[in-house]
Design a protein around this ligand. Structure first.
Ligand code: 13P
Ligand code: 13P
Ligand code: MG
Ligand code: MG
Ligand code: MG
Ligand code: MG
Length: 367
């Protein structure tokens, strides 16, 4: 059976600045989806990560479907009304375009969708991150799909033996989507050369070379390009199928123990480690740290089981402790050097304007 898994995610307002949506907001969006979807959806699930709420919608209408996206957009609009009524900060923050036309791509919400031939059993993982951008998934995807040190399945299982195809996007190219396809393991060094620059080159999708099936899809939209100004971080979502022709769940979760440094945190302008947290975790320290959650599902004919909260397991407590220590360590150097993002990647323009004002006070010393 062909089904579509659609994740649509947005920040439409939060309590205490950028911490978490209110219970009423979340409930309003959930109820809107349930009560107005009619026959459109097979199932749905809603969670939040920091100040971003993400809906997982299953259906059989394909990707970028107008009716499904309209439903999601209307649910986010209904949530925004609650955000306004409750005085939440940044009400409607990510709904940067006004009128819905064909689908929500390019309107602000992050989208990750896959149309799949549902397997007899269909395990998959739904990741959502806050206070960071889509390049945050470069390292985990590289490790999980291309490195046998992380993924023993690459040598243990014939189903993974041919490796994976990476579709990588140059997100600085705004006129149209600009992508390259590279295969692992043959082109591993080319993949590495691009992915080391997560601000520019972002994994968009990953495909099995054995079966041809799609394994993963990342939301690659950049709010700054859509809105033309700073509107917070993109806070990307990631959908990955697991087992059989794909890495196992354990192999896909393992890279998140690194707590790697990503762009984001406070004012979207810092380098901070990514902390794996339970579902529905608000952010806190330094408007972060950048947070990632993971809901694991099984699904049959598009109907979802309840999620398993992948990062709620006690193992991740020690990862969180180490990540917190890394966060505090880099924060000790404040705005200096690599603690803050380079000028071109800053979400705020204030510092550039300040330096511009000082320009005429510079003098050439001639002797
Ligand atoms: P189980 O025997 O618990 O199903 O383990 C299967 C496995 O190989 C997990 O990686
Ligand atoms: P969000 O994109 O999560 O709203 O982040 C805004 C921000 O800059 C927090 O300091
Ligand atoms: Mg926000
Ligand atoms: Mg956010
Ligand atoms: Mg954001
Ligand atoms: Mg088992």
């Amino acid at each position: 059976m062909k089904i579509t898994l659609s994740i649509i995610k947005a920040d439409i307002g939060a309590i205490g600045g950028h911490m978490a949506p209110s219970a009423r907001l979340v409930e309003t969006v959930r109820r809107h989806v349930l009560e107005t979807s009619g026959d459109l959806l097979l199932d749905s699930y809603l969670s939040y990560t920091g100040d971003d709420i993400a809906m997982l919608l299953t259906h059989n209408r394909g990707t970028a479907d107008k009716a499904v996206h309209q439903l999601a957009w209307d649910a986010l609009m209904a949530g925004t009304e609650v955000a306004r009524a409750q005085g939440l900060y940044g009400a409607g923050q990510d709904l940067v375009q006004e009128a819905f036309s064909a689908n929500v791509r390019g309107m602000g919400p992050a989208v990750a969708e896959m149309e799949i031939d549902e397997r007899p059993n269909e395990p998959f993982l739904f990741f959502a991150a806050d206070k960071t951008d889509p390049g945050a998934y470069n390292l985990p995807l590289y490790l999980a799909f291309a490195d046998p040190m992380n993924t023993p399945g690459l040598i243990l299982s014939q189903k993974l033996a041919q490796g994976f195809r990476f579709v990588i996007m140059d997100v600085t190219h705004t006129a149209c989507d600009r992508v390259i396809e590279l295969v692992a393991p043959e082109e591993l060094y080319d993949i590495a050369a691009l992915l080391r620059d997560p601000q520019r080159y972002v994994v968009e999708s990953v495909w099995s070379r054995t079966s041809g099936e799609q394994a993963a899809v990342v939301s690659t939209s950049r709010l700054r390009d859509i809105a033309g100004k700073h509107t917070g971080k993109d806070d990307p979502v990631l959908l990955i199928r697991t087992q059989m022709h794909f890495p196992s769940t354990g192999e896909l979760l393992a890279p998140f123990q690194v707590g790697h440094f990503v762009a984001g945190g406070l004012r979207g302008s810092h380098n901070m480690p990514l902390m794996p947290c339970p579902l529905n975790t608000p952010v806190s320290y330094f408007d972060g740290p950048p947070t990632v959650t993971c809901a694991a599902f099984a699904c049959h004919e598009g109907r979802l089981t309840e999620p398993v909260d992948a990062f709620a397991h006690p193992f991740w407590d020690s990862v969180r402790e180490r990540t917190a220590a890394k966060a505090m360590e880099i924060r000790r150097q404040g705005f200096f050097g690599s603690a803050m993002l380079p000028m071109a990647q800053l979400e705020y323009t204030g510092v550039a304007e300040r330096i511009e004002q000082l320009r005429e006070r510079f003098q050439n010393r001639t002797e």
